[in-house]
Design a protein around this ligand. Structure first.
Ligand SMILES: Nc1ncnc2c1ncn2[C@@H]1O[C@H](COP(=O)(O)OP(=O)(O)OP(=O)(O)O)[C@@H](O)[C@H]1O
Length: 552
């Protein structure tokens, strides 16, 4: 039978209690929160790491302060210690293993349906609605999972903070608008191109994708001039095929739980249906005015929408009004100096920290008013690793998968895949607490991915991860994005962000100073130079002569 990892009671206690503990301890007097204790931040180390050719992150202590309620420092400290948030988003959503076509019971999930979800731009009229089904189909054990999820979600609730007037959002640039329209005239290209392209050269390819997108499929034949057809056609494909494949396996397993499945499908359908509200769903490629040559792109579905986000901690404004729209299939990087508000922003985005103002929607579902639905499609790697580290790696993955409503067999299978992908095969039986920083980060990323969410929010995923492992993780993420997934990640490693992300936002003092495609933000410079420029330049290291006169 299913050999699920043993979950020692002793471990369950502490693990299970976190949520509850959090609520109670939140008010409990605790040691005053001190920034240093909360989270040793990297400074020069990060810059140094950037220069390094490898993405291996700088050794920044993962012990970050938990974006806790607020009010008193004591309560913050207490909440920060809560492991509740460790397991990010429990969601019953039924992802899928990559098994070949499994007979689909109820919802007839045409391959095109999935495509439509991820790629609203493609001219497949009927497909637009379809997405809801396929996803729902993949949710077998939804009932149990949802129950568990609801509990967990409730446990993750954070005390509401006082509303604060948003500071002026200094959003300088436009959201991702592709500036380059590749291939020009004359070239005749075959209607379909291999989807794999995107996988390799993430940035440039993604851009191409954005630009070309929808037009091709529907209009290329008759009215479209040749040049555009070329660019457009290739992009969309990949996502469709990969995504379609995923759901299959679980759907088959789900057959057993008819009522639950139906319910789950309905719930998931809500998410899918809300999403279309984005421009992509209603704007056919042709509708895009030709004003901007660069805007040949058709807006894609906005997977993550952040509006007027504000968070204050006493008299510190951590986030001063952030707005961001992140499209499906994006590899989106968030960079900013220490204390810029990146983690605070991502914590609010993922439902770990309640904003003072603003909204966050994931696939149209509000993270705070509709958390279960919103979190169902998210995979989260919190910056501060709040893991149930008294579990073994295998137990942690098992726990994560089951909490997200996956079938035991699926969890086992995926755990094995993830262990190999992250080089943790020989460590799964060890307690996570005994893992090195890099191993801990990797198992946490694996746990965030196990339910194959549509959106991955990763706060400094490469910190402490060795170059080889980082390269593996990058490859995994690139394939995930090529398949239609969306990654939002923060990092201090400019070279890495510049290399793998197609879009980026520079956050300084809680505000977005620049955002758009990588080229737009770089503005002809390297991302690092642009970053330094936006962040206010470098400060000369003066007055440190004492350091050059050794005390002994
Ligand atoms: N729980 C908290 N209590 C008090 N202040 C906080 C709390 N969390 C964050 N802050 C403050 O909010 C600001 C933004 O912090 P945040 O951790 O979001 O920055 P960051 O951009 O992630 O920094 P880094 O790059 O160093 O990780 C900082 O001034 C920080 O001290």
């Amino acid at each position: 039978m299913d050999s699920e990892p043993d979950l020692p009671e002793a471990q369950h206690e502490p693990q299970a209690s976190p949520p509850a503990a959090r609520k109670t301890t939140a008010r409990k007097p605790a040691t005053p929160r001190s920034t240093a204790a909360r989270k040793p931040k990297t400074t020069g180390a990060d810059a140094a790491s950037d220069a390094a050719p490898t993405p291996g992150a700088p050794a920044k202590t993962p012990v970050k302060r938990t974006p806790t309620p607020r009010t008193t420092t004591a309560s913050r400290a207490a909440a920060g210690a809560t492991p509740a948030a460790a397991k990010p988003t429990p969601s019953p959503r039924k992802p899928t293993a990559a098994k070949p076509a499994a007979p689909k019971p109820t919802p007839a999930k045409p391959a095109a349906a999935k495509t439509a979800a991820a790629k609203p731009t493609t001219a497949k009229p009927a497909a637009k609605r379809a997405p809801a089904k396929p996803r729902g189909t993949a949710a077998p054990t939804a009932a149990e999972a949802r129950a568990a999820t609801d509990e967990s979600v409730a446990a993750l609730s954070v005390v509401t903070s006082p509303t604060v007037a948003p500071s002026e959002p200094v959003n300088v640039s436009e959201p991702a608008n592709v500036t380059e329209v590749p291939e020009a005239p004359g070239t005749t290209t075959p209607p379909r191109k291999p989807a794999t392209k995107r996988t390799t050269t993430s940035r440039s390819r993604t851009r191409t994708t954005i630009t070309a997108d929808p037009v091709v499929e529907s209009e290329a034949p008759a009215s479209q001039p040749e040049p555009e057809v070329e660019v457009t056609v290739p992009v969309p494909e990949p996502e469709v095929e990969v995504e379609t494949t995923e759901p299959e396996p679980e759907a088959a397993e789900a057959v057993v739980l008819e009522p639950e499945i139906v319910e789950a499908i309905e719930n998931l359908a809500v998410v899918e249906e809300v999403a279309p509200e984005t421009p992509a769903a209603e704007t056919p490629a042709a509708a895009t005015p030709a004003t901007d040559v660069a805007v040949a792109e058709t807006p894609r579905e906005i997977v993550l929408k952040i509006t007027g986000l504000v968070k204050r901690f006493d008299d510190t404004t951590a986030v001063a009004g952030i707005d961001l729209d992140i499209a499906a299939g994006s590899f989106f990087g968030i960079v900013g100096p220490n204390g810029a508000g990146k983690t605070t922003t991502l914590s609010m985005v993922t439902g770990l920290l309640r904003p003072d103002a603003g909204t966050v929607t994931v696939h149209g579902a509000d993270v705070w008013s509709n958390p279960v639905v919103a979190k169902r499609t998210m995979g989260v790697l919190p910056d501060r690793l709040r893991l149930f580290d008294r579990l073994t790696g295998a137990q942690l993955l098992y726990y994560s998968g089951i909490l997200h409503g996956l079938d035991k067999k699926v969890v086992r299978s995926r755990s094995a895949d993830l262990a190999v992908a992250f080089g943790l095969e020989d460590s799964l039986d060890r307690l996570v607490t005994d893992y090195s920083a890099g191993m801990t980060k990797k198992v946490a990323i694996a746990a965030a991915m196990i339910h194959s969410p549509r959106l991955l929010v990763l706060d400094e995923p490469f910190e402490s991860v060795d170059p080889v492992s980082a390269a593996n993780v990058v490859e995994i993420l690139q394939k995930y994005v090529a398949a239609g997934g969306t990654v939002v990640m923060s990092s201090h490693t400019m070279s890495l962000i510049e290399r793998i992300c197609d879009s980026v936002a520079v956050v300084v003092n809680g505000a977005v100073l620049a955002t758009g495609t990588m080229d737009q933000v770089r503005d002809g410079k390297s991302l690092e130079d642009r970053f330094v420029e936006l962040a206010g330049g470098r400060k000369a290291a003066e007055g440190m002569e004492w350091l050059h006169k050794f005390s002994d």
